[in-house]
Design a protein around this ligand. Structure first.
Ligand code: BES
Ligand code: MN
Ligand code: MN
Length: 461
């Protein structure tokens, strides 16, 4: 029987070419100007699943973008793996910071990817990583090597909060029934230090609006005598952290899961160079909550960050004005046990309370979701770990990530199954940034590793 390694050697150029075609479609879910492209991408995935050997392939209608579904059931008595991924991508702007157009993929060598990386929006997050699963399935069906059942569920709204999927899942519990959920939409430490993501942070995302006078004012005639919403908003935002960089919202930390000293020591063993971290970002120092290391700050601790702030005059030259309104978008990354709706409420109450009488404040909640953890004694984790040992030659390190895939906790609640996060991207792959890329080596390594997950999961089940 042909091994996955032989199959990749024979088909790798086609695997790369197919991904490049997929990356050419600008499936930006946040911008309605691209809605036809998002729909076309769903069609592409549908055809790819058919070609890879799935049956019952369909576009499932939702209130938003369709969910692409397909399955290969070989024996109802065997375990079932549900693969999840997303075919939508983040907006590509700022466009002028890209070295090449974001939807015209090119392959370029980098220091970290000497064998070349594919540069395009979505290359790593998540088209490239999702497509590894399609190609791994192609191998398993073409060579009669599929050891269990598989279902695919690929959505088109992950980057905007997965609202339609949250609608779809509870309505399709039977259809989606599975023994484990498998996702490649995270990263690993380095190509020679593989890791498996064992946790994701939750998220609460809000928009705030501060209103001062009922119209924009001449800043000479009124300045100093009425509240300037931009000044006030800045001060309010600054007050959300204290001198130790703790978040000041009352009750914010009440439910935060505190890790034991042993767990923190275990985490601290993961290879990490603070110097390399700073160099990669061109910063002279890091910043964060007192009493925690950089790796703890960005994984097991909750945060609050302003993601955008605007108001007043930002055009060319100067305009002496006191704006009537100021705005900010604020996100809070949450850790297990913190409830995102409760945190949103705490934020809202606090923000309204700290506003001076001279302004009015409006807080509008956006999307959110709960954090997530996978215990490493879970058989899905064990199967993944053995798969990496097979293809990387070393045992992968369990690592909690700072990112969020809010739908994962909903899967656990509705489908009662655990998710295994086998990510093959690197932090330096610039997801959500200009020049996003995915190493060709990583893409092929993912395709190589996935069939072993199926093998060991079937064996251990
Ligand atoms: N794939 C990412 C999440 C991710 C990346 C987790 C790397 C861990 C490591 C996902 O597409 C994403 O961007 N999620 C958003 C949240 C979503 C609600 C917009 C995020 O984390 O900001
Ligand atoms: Mn993603
Ligand atoms: Mn993303």
């Amino acid at each position: 029987m042909q091994t996955i390694q032989q199959y990749i050697t024979e088909h790798k150029q086609r695997f790369i070419d197919e991904l490049i075609e997929l990356l050419k479609i600008p499936s930006i879910s946040a911008d309605t100007a691209y809605s036809q492209d998002v729909l076309n991408t769903a069609d592409s995935i549908l055809n790819a699943l058919k070609k890879a050997g799935c049956t019952n392939v369909e576009l499932c209608e939702t209130p938003g973008y369709p969910i692409v579904y397909g399955e290969k059931i070989i024996d109802p008595n065997l375990p079932t793996v549900l693969v999840y991924g997303h075919y939508d991508v983040q907006p590509a702007d700022p466009l002028d910071l890209w070295d090449a157009p974001p939807f015209d993929p090119i392959i370029k060598k980098t220091d970290i990817h000497p064998e070349g990386a594919i540069f395009a929006r979505g290359a790593c997050d998540d088209k490239g990583q999702m497509y590894m699963h399609v190609k791994a399935l192609e191998y398993m069906t073409a060579t009669d090597n599929l050891p269990c059942n598989v279902k695919f569920m690929i959505e088109g709204e992950e980057e905007v909060g997965s609202e339609s999927l949250a609608w779809f899942v509870p309505r399709n519990i039977e259809k989606l029934a599975n023994d484990v959920i498998l996702i490649s939409d995270t990263g690993m430490i380095a190509n020679d230090i593989p890791s498996i993501t064992t946790g994701l942070r939750g998220l609460s995302y809000v928009e705030v609006e501060v209103t001062g006078p009922n119209r924009d004012l001449h800043s000479g005639l009124y300045g100093g005598a009425v509240a300037n919403p931009i000044n006030i908003l800045s001060k309010m935002i600054a007050s959300l952290h204290d001198e130790n960089n703790h978040i000041t919202i009352p009750g914010f930390y009440d439910k935060v899961e505190e890790l034991s000293t042993e767990e923190r020591n275990e985490m601290g063993k993961a290879p990490f160079s603070l110097e390399a971290y700073k160099n990669a970002l061109d910063i002279d120092d890091v910043h964060g909550e007192k009493g925690y290391t950089t790796n703890e700050r960005n994984s097991i601790r909750p945060t609050l960050d302003v993601n955008g702030i605007w108001g007043g005059y930002t055009g060319e030259g100067a305009k002496t004005v006191i704006a009537s309104k100021a705005y900010a978008k604020i996100s809070m990354r949450l850790v297990p046990n913190q409830d995102w709706e409760e945190i949103t409420e705490l934020f809202k109450n606090h923000f309204e309370k700290i506003a001076p009488k001279s302004v009015k404040v409006k807080v509008t909640p956006h999307h959110g979701g709960q954090g997530y953890v996978t215990p490493i004694d879970n058989i899905g984790y064990q199967a993944a770990s053995k798969a990496y040992e097979e293809t990387f030659g070393v045992t992968p390190i369990p690592q909690r990530s700072g990112g969020s895939i809010p739908i994962v906790s909903l899967f656990e609640k509705e489908l009662k199954s655990k998710t295994i996060l086998m990510g093959f991207g690197l932090n330096s792959d610039a997801i959500h940034s200009p020049n996003e890329h995915f190493g060709v080596w990583n893409y092929l390594k993912g395709i190589e590793t996935i069939p072993y997950f199926y093998k060991y999961f079937a064996e251990l089940s």
